[in-house]
Design a binder for this molecule. Structure first.
Ligand code: G16
Length: 546
C-alpha cells in the first residue's frame, strides 16, 4: 500500500480516457464495451478510496460486472458501507472522473472532490472488490488495482462473486462486532446464513418437486452449485442448466432472466413440461424470474411483479398471524410494473404501492420508508427490507399461542433468508421456494393471483439516446418536445392501453414499453410507438417491428 499520491495518480498512462467517448455513471454504474473501460476502472479505484477516506475508513465495495448485458460489455459499480448502491450525490464525481482527459485533468477533479468533501487524504481507506465470469474481467481488475494502489487503499480481492454476494460482504465487514452484525464476511458465511434460514422456513413441510435453474452461463452457476452443498437434497431439489462459464460467447446468450422476460419464452433447449417449475438468473445473479407451462402447454411468466405480490401476501399474513399489526408492509414498483399487478396489490391486498424511476437505488430508498418494504422491478430485480424497528419488534414480541409463535419464527427466518442489501437471485429464489413450500403451491396456483395484461418491451437504437428526458417516475417524456403528445394519441386508441419511453441506463438504446387488453393490440401499440421514436429521434439500423 502506498499513500495518496497526486503525481502517481496523474502520471499513469491509464489515466487517459478514450478521447471520443462520454461516460455516464448510469442505472447501475458504468457499463459499456469492455475495451473502453481501462481508464474508468483506474479512476473508480481512486474514487472508492476517496469514498472510504470520507467515511472514516469504512469498507467500500467495487463490483466488476455488466450483469445482463452481452459478454463483450463490462461495467463497474461502487457499493456503500451498508451494502447499498453508491450515494447518488457521488455519482456526479464518478462521471467527472471518468471523463477527465489526461493526468492533469484527473488530478484537478480529484482535488475538487477532496476539497468539496473535506477529505483527509492521509486518512485510512479500505476497499474490497469482486468480479463476474466475463473474459475481460482479468484485465480490468488490474486497472482497478492500479487506481487503488496510487490512492493508498487497503485493497482486498474477493475474486469471482455474484453481485449480491459482494454487497453482502461489504455490509458484513462494516457491521462486524456491532449489535447490527449482518453475518460472517465470507462466501461460506453467506451460504450458511441463507441455508440455515431456508431450513427453518420450510421445516415440517413436504419438499416440492425439483426446480430447474437457468444460470445464464454466468457466475450464478458455480455459486449456486456451491451453495447447494449446504442444503440436503431432501430440503431443496435443484437442476442447474446453462452453467457453461468457460466457452466464449455463451454468457446471457439466448438464456437468462433478461432473455426470458423480454422474449416471454423459455430458453431454447429447456425441457419444460406442464407441472415443472423453472427460473432464470441473469449474468451476475442479481435478478430472477420464474416460469412454467400450463396444462394447455402455454408459457407463463412469473416475473418480478408476481414475486412482489407473492412476497407481500405471505409477509402480510405472517404479520397478521404474529399479532404485530404495528408493522406496515408497502410495495415499490417502477413504470414497468404490469397494470394488473398494481391493481392486485392496491385492491386485493390493500397494500400501499409507490412508483419510482428504474434502478435499484431508487426502489431501495423508497422501500426504506416502510416497516417492511417489498421492492421488485418487473425484470426480476428486487428484495425485501425490514426497518430496524420492524426487526426489533419481530425479535422481541412474545408469542401467546403456538400459531403466533410459528408466525414470529417464520418472520425471523425471512429476515435472515432475504439479502436486504440488494436484489439477489439465490436469496429471492429461496424466498419464493419458502412461500410455495409453505403453501404447497404449484406455479399455476401462484399465478392465479391475477392475470397479467399482455405487454411488450422493445429496444430502439437511436443516434443519441440522451435526448430523451422523462418525468413522473419515467412515465412521461419531457423531451424531445411534443413526442409525449403523439404517444398519448396512439395510446388513447387502445382499451387499457399504456405506453412509455425512456433511455436505458445500461445499454445504448431507448426502451419502449406497451401494454393493452389483448396480445395483438399490445404488439400493435408497441410497434407504433417504437416506430414513432425511431422516426422522430434518428433511428439507427432497421426500423423496429416493421
Ligand atoms: C440494471 C439495474 C436495474 C435495471 C436494469 C435495466 O440491472 O440494476 O435496476 O432495471 O439495469 O436498466 P435500464 O433499463 O436503465 O437499462 P442489471 O441486472 O443489469 O444490473
Amino acid at each position: 500500500m502506498t499513500s495518496f499520491d497526486y503525481s502517481s495518480i496523474k502520471s499513469n498512462i491509464i489515466a487517459h480516457k478514450v478521447e471520443s467517448y462520454t461516460y455516464t455513471y448510469g442505472t447501475a454504474g458504468f457499463r459499456t464495451k469492455a475495451e473502453l473501460l481501462d481508464s474508468v476502472m483506474y479512476k473508480v479505484g481512486i474514487l472508492a478510496t476517496l469514498r472510504s477516506k470520507k467515511l472514516g475508513g469504512a469498507t467500500i465495495g467495487v463490483m466488476i460486472t455488466a450483469s445482463h448485458n452481452p459478454e463483450e460489455d463490462n461495467g463497474v459499480k461502487l457499493v456503500d458501507p451498508r451494502g447499498e448502491m453508491l450515494e447518488q450525490s457521488w455519482e456526479g464525481y464518478a462521471t467527472s472522473l471518468a471523463n477527465a482527459k489526461g493526468g492533469d485533468a484527473l488530478a484537478e477533479v480529484v482535488e475538487e472532490i477532496v476539497a468539496a468533501n473535506k477529505i483527509d487524504t492521509e486518512a485510512p481507506a479500505a476497499v474490497i472488490y469482486g468480479y463476474d465470469t466475463r473474459p475481460s474481467c482479468a484485465e480490468l481488475v488490474k486497472c482497478l488495482e492500479l487506481g487503488l494502489e496510487v490512492s493508498g487503499a487497503k485493497a482486498t480481492n474477493f475474486g469471482l462473486k455474484t453481485t449480491p454476494m459482494l454487497h453482502y460482504l461489504v455490509r458484513c465487514i462494516n457491521t462486524a462486532n456491532t449489535s447490527d452484525s449482518y453475518g460472517e464476511p465470507t462466501e461460506e458465511g453467506y451460504y450458511k446464513k441463507l441455508s440455515e434460514a431456508f431450513k427453518t422456513s420450510v421445516k415440517g413441510k413436504s419438499r416440492l418437486s425439483p426446480l430447474t435453474v437457468d444460470c445464464a452461463n454466468g457466475v450464478g452457476a458455480p455459486k449456486l452449485r456451491e451453495f447447494l452443498r449446504y442444503l440436503p437434497e431432501d430440503v431443496l431439489s435443484v437442476n442447474i442448466m446453462n452453467d457453461d462459464v468457460t466457452s466464449l460467447g455463451k454468457l446471457n446468450k439466448d438464456c437468462g432472466a433478461d432473455y426470458v422476460k423480454t422474449q416471454q419464452r423459455a430458453p431454447p433447449g429447456s425441457k419444460i413440461a406442464p407441472g415443472s417449475r423453472f427460473c432464470s438468473y441473469d449474468g451476475d445473479a442479481d435478478r430472477i424470474v420464474y416460469y412454467f407451462v400450463d396444462s394447455n402447454g402455454t408459457f407463463r411468466l412469473l416475473d418480478g411483479d408476481k414475486i412482489a405480490g407473492l412476497a407481500a401476501m405471505f409477509i402480510m399474513e405472517l404479520v397478521h398471524d404474529a399479532g404485530i399489526s404495528s408493522i406496515k408492509v408497502g410495495v415499490v414498483q417502477t413504470a414497468y410494473a404490469n397494470g394488473s399487478s398494481t391493481n392486485y396489490l392496491t385492491k386485493v391486498l390493500n397494500v400501499p404501492v409507490s412508483c419510482v424511476s428504474t434502478g435499484v437505488k431508487h426502489l431501495h430508498h423508497e422501500a426504506e420508508k416502510y416497516d417492511v418494504g417489498v421492492y421488485f422491478e418487473a425484470n426480476g430485480h428486487g428484495t425485501v427490507l425490514f426497518s430496524p424497528e420492524a426487526l426489533n419488534t419481530i425479535k422481541t414480541t412474545e408469542a401467546k399461542t403456538p400459531a403466533q409463535k410459528h408466525a414470529i419464527d417464520q418472520l425471523q427466518a425471512l429476515t435472515e433468508l432475504i439479502n436486504q442489501t440488494v436484489g439477489d437471485a439465490i436469496s429471492d429464489m429461496l424466498l419464493v421456494e419458502t412461500i410455495l413450500t409453505n403453501r404447497q403451491w404449484t406455479c399455476e396456483e401462484w399465478n392465479q393471483a391475477y392475470t397479467d395484461l399482455p405487454n411488450r418491451l422493445v429496444k430502439v437504437v437511436v443516434k443519441d439516446r440522451h435526448i430523451f428526458k422523462t418525468t413522473n417516475a419515467e412515465r412521461q417524456l419531457v423531451e424531445p418536445v411534443g413526442l409525449q403528445g403523439e404517444i398519448d394519441a396512439l395510446v388513447a386508441k387502445y382499451a387499457n392501453g399504456r405506453s412509455f419511453v425512456r433511455a436505458s441506463g445500461t445499454e445504448d438504446a431507448v426502451r419502449v414499453y406497451a401494454e393493452a387488453s389483448t396480445r395483438a393490440e399490445t404488439d400493435e401499440l408497441a410497434s407504433k410507438v417504437a416506430q414513432l421514436v425511431y422516426d422522430r429521434a434518428g433511428g439507427v439500423g432497421g426500423r423496429p417491428l416493421s
